[in-house]
Design a binder for this molecule. Sequence first.
Ligand SMILES: *[C@@H]1O[C@H](CO)[C@@H](O)[C@H](O)[C@H]1NC(C)=O
Ligand SMILES: *[C@@H]1O[C@H](CO)[C@@H](O)[C@H](O)[C@H]1NC(C)=O
Ligand SMILES: *[C@@H]1O[C@H](CO)[C@@H](O)[C@H](O)[C@H]1NC(C)=O
Ligand SMILES: *[C@@H]1O[C@H](CO)[C@@H](O)[C@H](O)[C@H]1NC(C)=O
Length: 221
Amino acid sequence: MPPGCVAWWLLLPLAVFSLATATDLQPNVTGDVTLTTAGSPWVVKNTVYVEETGSLTVEPGVTVLMASGASLLVYGQLVADGTESDHIQFTLLDSRNKTEGLQPDPLPVDCLQLPHWGVIALLNVTMTHRINYVDISCGGQDASDARSTEYNGAALYATSNVFAMSNVVVSQSAQNGIELVHVMSSLSVINVTVNDNHETGLKIVYEPQTSVIANVHAARK
Ligand SMILES: *[C@@H]1O[C@H](CO)[C@@H](O)[C@H](O)[C@H]1NC(C)=O
Ligand SMILES: *[C@@H]1O[C@H](CO)[C@@H](O)[C@H](O)[C@H]1NC(C)=O
Ligand SMILES: *[C@@H]1O[C@H](CO)[C@@H](O)[C@H](O)[C@H]1NC(C)=O
Ligand SMILES: *[C@@H]1O[C@H](CO)[C@@H](O)[C@H](O)[C@H]1NC(C)=O
């Protein structure tokens, strides 16, 4: 067999796998941006800012892989509306053992020994978000924000006039699981599970005028 044939056979697997690459999310989201199922898994290599004018929609069934230390800082709106059969997953991008062009593996298993990703921070107090059937794991590393606010130590952080989430699981955070701060008028937390977070599973720092907190499960924080 001539050497050319050997080279061709070696290249074939790369060509096949490159069809399944992940998609990088742009660093600054303005306008309406959708993370589609077709583009999944989506990769956040560095911190992404959803600007005041931005709305980030995550389709059901999408996996978002967050690199160590990376955060999603939402000054606009987040719509993460999964379904019972197609959850949305935010987890750690396992950067070990990766070959360029191959699909990165999510790391749903034990990540406590690895450097975690930062925070999904919902920072616009007047915005209404949708967070339903979302599984969040391996976040909670201290995050820093080029716009000078710092909120450290939770995988999901929200400050809002009105905040609602349901059917959410937050696990294996480096520090707190969920931190809800200064939710002023209405808070709804329904069917939320926190487990195996290093510090507090669900922390609510303010008494809203109206709140519904139902079916919250905590196993080992
Ligand atoms: C994205 O937002 C960050 C934080 O405000 C800013 O430092 C950076 O310049 C922005 N990048 C672009 C391309 O707009
Ligand atoms: C919140 O979102 C609204 C609507 O897009 C925007 O006008 C406002 O500037 C945002 N506020 C903050 C503090 O980001
Ligand atoms: C890389 O993969 C090999 C084989 O699967 C495994 O033994 C090794 O522990 C992995 N290395 C890292 C840093 O994950
Ligand atoms: C509660 O949330 C979990 C996790 O998202 C989900 O699998 C389950 O179906 C939900 N239970 C109910 C009764 O909605």
